[in-house]
Write a protein that binds this ligand. Structure first.
Ligand code: HEM
Ligand code: NAG
Ligand code: NAG
Length: 386
């Protein structure tokens, strides 16, 4: 299925959410920082209107540009040609970033004294089996390359938003402002596992307040990207890689057609397709990709906000380019074997790392980014002081 024009640029919806609650002490410190940053504000007054650097459009766009850069492989939106270690069991960077959003937010327990959720707690548990494969992607990409301008928790969320839109899926409204937790929640027992009984999986998803539509869109829908790796999930396969659908590098609705036909790599997707209540939703998405995309954007935005640790800032628009060569590669045959790339590399310029290219440009955008960086430094100081 071809992407709709809506997926070509991720222009987000109108501002949603409320400013974060801050103590008066923090407000006073913010004011002091504001004065410190005054010279920078004279350079680009527009940035002064940002609630904080965490919420600035410039910071989000700069981070998104960097994330897109890492997804630009010569052939495939899924498998990148650089930066992941050769030993990484999954090289599916875009898929890993989508999965990382679930494995961060999916630790959320909203009742009692709430814990977990979309707060970068995953960074403390990358070595646990639940997060197998994610460590190789998340540490080098998010941590080292985006820590200056946005929080790690925002980078994880934005990685998902960028991957979905870049690989042909819907535009997802991105709201920044997540604060990295100092009390991370251990994912064991909170995230569903590959062979867990369906009732038990559903209990975990309902714990997070997921509707039937959320469950179908987010679980089976996310399995439109990537697949299972023997080195990560030996209970499912002993092959290096078994893709979930015939287009593991394209965000589309093929995975629903397969699960309706009983062709599932993971039991959970066939359990969903067989469930009397959920099956009609699977059928709807299999027949109507736009209906899937619309729901996915809603459900994924919900997922990205699932924590009690942060009140998200108003949404900011982020522009995300579609992968240049999305449909000429990455397909598999019915047995799940990846067909060799007969892909033609898209004509045009080779991608430039925006973090390197930015130096010395002097454009308005460049100045905004510089101001964002000044604010980031200020925020970093501020967060250390508090
Ligand atoms: C709730 C039940 C779920 C279960 C039991 C489940 C289980 C799994 C398993 C076992 C894998 C294979 C990992 C590997 O071997 O590389 C996988 C991959 C994946 N999952 Fe899920 N998952 C669930 C929900 C979700 C959700 C909600 C998302 C995203 C919002 C998601 C996104 C992904 C992606 C993108 C991959 C491919 C990763 C890659 O190719 O490296 N999954 N999932
Ligand atoms: C994961 O394990 C590696 C190697 O043992 C170690 O260097 C790293 O600090 C660990 N990371 C976490 C988050 O525990
Ligand atoms: C945590 O967030 C959820 C959902 O927003 C809400 O229902 C719950 O009351 C919150 N818990 C606390 C203690 O604020």
């Amino acid at each position: 299925m071809l992407p709709t024009p809506a997926s070509l640029a991720a222009a987000t919806a109108a501002a949603a959410g409320t400013p974060p609650q801050r103590s008066s002490g923090r407000r006073a410190l913010s004011a002091a920082l504001l004065m410190l940053a005054a010279p920078a504000l004279l350079v680009a007054p527009a940035a002064a209107q940002s609630v904080s650097v965490l919420g600035s459009r410039e910071a989000a766009q700069a981070a998104a540009d960097q994330l897109v850069f890492f997804l630009q492989a010569p052939g495939n939106c899924l498998q990148v040609n650089s930066d992941l270690p050769a030993s990484a069991p999954s090289k599916n960077l875009a898929a890993l970033w989508i999965r990382a959003v679930f494995h961060d937010a999916g630790t959320w327990v909203p009742t009692g004294s709430p814990t977990g959720g979309a707060n970068a707690g995953i960074m403390s548990f990358l070595n646990q089996t639940e997060n197998g494969g994610i460590a190789d992607s998340i540490a080098p990409k998010f941590q080292q390359n985006t820590k200056v301008s946005i929080s790690k928790a925002d980078a994880i969320a934005l990685g998902g938003v960028v991957s979905v839109a870049h690989c042909g899926g819907p535009s997802i409204t991105y709201s920044p402002g997540r604060v990295d937790t100092t009390t991370p929640a251990n994912p064991t027992g909170r995230l569903p596992s590959a062979t867990e009984a369906f009732d038990s999986v559903l209990t975990k998803l309902r714990r997070m307040g997921w509707s039937n539509e959320d469950i179908v869109a987010l679980v089976t829908g996310s399995h439109t990207m990537g697949g299972v790796h023997g080195a990560i999930t030996p209970e499912i396969t002993n092959k290096p890689f078994v893709p979930f659908d015939t287009t593991p590098g394209v965000f589309d609705n093929d995975v629903f057609k397969r699960s309706l036909a009983g062709k599932c790599v993971l039991p959970v997707d066939c359990s969903i397709a067989k469930d009397a209540t959920l099956r009609p939703i699977v059928e709807k998405y299999a027949n109507d990709q736009q209906a899937f995309f619309t729901q996915y954007a809603i459900s994924f935005a919900k997922l990205m906000g699932q924590t009690n640790d942060t009140t998200l800032l108003p949404s900011v628009p982020v522009t995300i380019a579609l992968h240049k060569n999305l449909f000429a590669e990455g397909t598999t045959d019915e047995n799940g074997n990846v067909l060799s790339g007969s892909s033609t590399t898209a004509a045009g310029s080779s991608p430039t790392n925006p973090s390197k290219a930015a130096a010395g440009e002097g454009s308005v955008v460049q100045r905004c980014v510089t101001v964002a960086a000044v604010w980031a430094a200020g925020w970093f100081l501020y967060s250390r002081l508090m």
